[in-house]
Design a protein around this ligand. Structure first.
Ligand code: GLY
Length: 387
């Protein structure tokens, strides 16, 4: 039976697993990635908004710091990745405009603006008329806007393909098989057995298997908290050249209390997302999901119904119990986590690659990653208080 030993084995080859693998190989470690279809995770469906400020939620300030750190690295990450792979990433520094449709929506957006101001974040309040001056396709009923100049976009599909090629060129071994089980010897993770029987041993094993992470057979109970799948349905439309630019920046909107976003790519694709549904590992595209997205998008941008609808899809966001990622060493020696990125996998890929590669190569998780240690769910409250 085939046996492979590497310094690091990454289980899961979505963009998080591949970013970790690429950065770790750059540090001089030998790396294998175990995945039946590497480069094809949830990022295949994601719209790729890089919007830590626009998508800020109350109580998520540590996540904001991580998101802003990753956003600040994105331009360099994309340029380096394009250079290393010879492939485009679709990174576009276009900024984001958040808009509100009725007066309740405007109150919600004003609260976000006030929160930005309390945290010293840069955003600019706009009247409805000012928002429409920036984006003339917006409906006349838009009541207000919030301009966030530093929240940009990237194409998750292109990032996945580029990371796969960069990994290949960096010497990462791609084992195209499903993980059968994790192997643990003397209370230490030692590798995995692929479903086809291949044995992969490693000094350190990284779990980056998205919403399947805690389901990996062989994983001792309690080492990883449950990572739940949160379904998102997404539409892809095409902007014919005659309508271009149609939209010049990302639009995030509250439409009668419902949240929606539109991400216009430089190549003419317009991505509209996304539903939030907790239905287990179900990726069915439903008439109801498509209807809700189109209904809200049409109310916001009436001209959208003129565009060809070219694709509907659904993906699964991996949500941890506190919706923040799991990064770094776990309670099992040799086992490292890079999962649970929930709504922020595309945004957090660069910083996750850097932080986890630093831990794997130097045995130290940088300060920025410490709030996201997976052991935060297993430590007792008393231990936590003494930290
Ligand atoms: N970050 C956008 C989403 O998860 O829908």
């Amino acid at each position: 039976m085939l046996r492979t030993h590497t310094d690091v084995l990454v289980v899961g080859g979505g963009i998080i697993g591949l970013a970790v693998a690429w950065r770790t190989a750059q540090r001089g470690l030998s790396v294998a990635v175990l995945d039946p279809d590497p480069g094809h995770g949830a990022a295949q469906v994601a719209a790729g908004m890089l919007a830590p400020v626009t998508e800020l939620q109350y109580g998520e300030e540590p996540l904001l710091r991580l998101g802003m750190a990753s956003n600040a690295r994105y331009a360099d990450f994309a340029a380096e990745l394009e250079q290393a792979s010879g492939l485009p990433t679709g990174y576009r520094a276009c900024g984001t405009l958040a808009v509100a449709l009725d007066s309740d929506d405007r109150t919600e957006l004003q609260e976000l603006y006030a929160f930005h101001q309390r945290l010293g974040l840069t955003s600019r309040w706009l009247t409805g008329r000012e928002a429409r001056r920036l984006e003339p396709m917006l409906a006349p009923s838009v009541r207000g806007g919030l301009q966030v100049e530093d929240d940009h976009q990237v194409d998750g599909r292109r990032v996945g393909a580029a990371l796969l090629e960069a990994c290949r060129r960096a010497g990462v071994e791609l084992v195209r098989a499903r993980a059968g089980r994790l192997t643990v010897e003397q209370d230490r993770a030692t590798g995995a057995v692929a479903e086809d029987g291949r044995q992969l041993t490693a000094d350190q094993v990284v779990v980056a298997a998205g919403s399947h992470s805690h389901l990996l057979p062989g994983l001792p109970e309690g080492v990883l908290p449950p990572v739940r799948p949160v379904k998102g349905q997404v539409l892809r439309l095409r902007i014919p050249p005659v309508y271009a630019p149609f939209l010049s920046r990302n639009i995030r909107a509250v439409v009668r209390g419902c949240h929606i976003y539109l991400v216009p790519r430089a190549d003419g694709e317009l991505v509209v997302g996304a539903t939030m549904e907790e239905l287990g590992h179900d990726t069915t595209v439903t008439a109801g999901g498509v209807y809700e997205l189109l209904r809200d998008a049409h109310e916001l941008i009436p001209g959208i119904t003129e565009l060809p609808l070219v694709e509907t899809s659904a993906g699964l966001r991996p949500g941890s119990p506190d919706n923040a990622p799991l990064l770094g060493p776990t309670g099992l020696d040799g086992l490292v986590a890079a999962t649970g990125h929930f709504r922020n996998g595309v945004l957090l890929a660069p910083v996750t690659g850097d932080l986890v590669a630093e831990y794997l190569a130097a045995g130290r998780l940088p300060e920025l990653g410490v709030p996201f240690l997976p052991t935060r769910f297993t430590r007792s409250a008393a231990q936590e208080a003494l930290r």
